[in-house]
Design a binder for this molecule. Structure first.
Ligand SMILES: *Cc1c(COP(=O)(O)O)cnc(C)c1O
Length: 237
């Protein structure tokens, strides 16, 4: 691992923190109100651990196999490990003992399996419900109009606890459109929060990635998931 890569990560880490603070301030919040989760796909554990040594305290993987391969090398003493990708039901048992939160739950079936595997090890797993805010076909996430019903069903399942919502909006060619998706998502989040559904905590709104985390925070996100802006362009080779 080159010194250059480490110094880039350090530079990027500071810059992102400053921009998060700036975006938070714009909405009357402070830096501490926003969780900076690093999306770590393709990034070696050594580089992730370097970022953790700088103060990074949330990381997210989006593939089960990659998480398992790196798991023993993460320094998780002061860092939360989350799952942020699409999760297949048959792989739940491989990660449920290893993660603090699963961000991408969009069905009763998946929630039930997470619950079942969690109870087996005496745990309740925190989850977010993924919303398909752009209603794109072939994309994960519950459609907004089906969210409340899904929440009601999941709220009755022992072994999982809903902590909020996450979304990946459609790829947009202009900032105006993306702001609208973020704004819609925030309205849904507020709306659901105000309904005070039993056994549902609406505390986390996870949206915004490298290209748009500033906009996401200004529209109400309190967790952003950032990969390439921190670690550089991903190398899939
Ligand atoms: C990769 C990934 C991100 C981060 O993407 P960048 O554009 O590199 O910041 C965020 N969320 C999820 C679910 C991801 O898979």
């Amino acid at each position: 691992m080159t010194e250059k890569l480490f110094s880039d990560v350090e530079y990027n880490y500071k810059k992102i923190n400053d921009r998060i603070a700036e975006a938070a301030l714009k909405t009357g919040k402070s830096r501490e109100d926003i969780t900076f989760l690093a999306a770590t796909k393709t990034v070696p554990a050594e580089v992730i651990n370097y970022a953790v040594s700088l103060g990074l305290d949330h990381i997210g993987e989006n593939r089960v196999q990659e998480l398992l391969a790196k798991y023993n090398d993460y320094n998780l003493e002061d860092c939360s490990l989350q799952f942020i990708g699409h999760l297949q039901t048959n792989k739940v048992k491989q990660i449920v003992d290893k993660v603090d939160l699963i961000q991408s739950v969009d069905s009763v079936k998946l929630a039930s399996e997470i619950a079942r595997q969690s109870l087996k090890i005496g745990k309740t797993t925190d989850i977010l419900i993924e919303v398909n805010i752009g209603k794109e076909e072939n994309k994960s996430g519950v459609y907004p109009e089906n969210l409340e019903e899904l929440l009601c069903q999941i709220s009755e399942i022992e072994g999982v606890k809903v902590k909020g919502l996450m979304t990946i909006p459609p790829i947009c060619d202009n900032k105006h459109k993306i702001l609208k998706y973020f704004n819609n998502m925030h309205n849904i989040f507020i709306d659901i929060s105000q309904k005070k559904l039993d056994n549902i905590d609406m505390t986390i709104l996870s949206m915004g990635m490298s290209a748009d985390y500033f906009e996401a925070i200004s529209e109400g996100a309190n967790m952003v998931r950032i990969g390439s802006a921190l670690f550089g362009a991903r190398d899939y080779t």
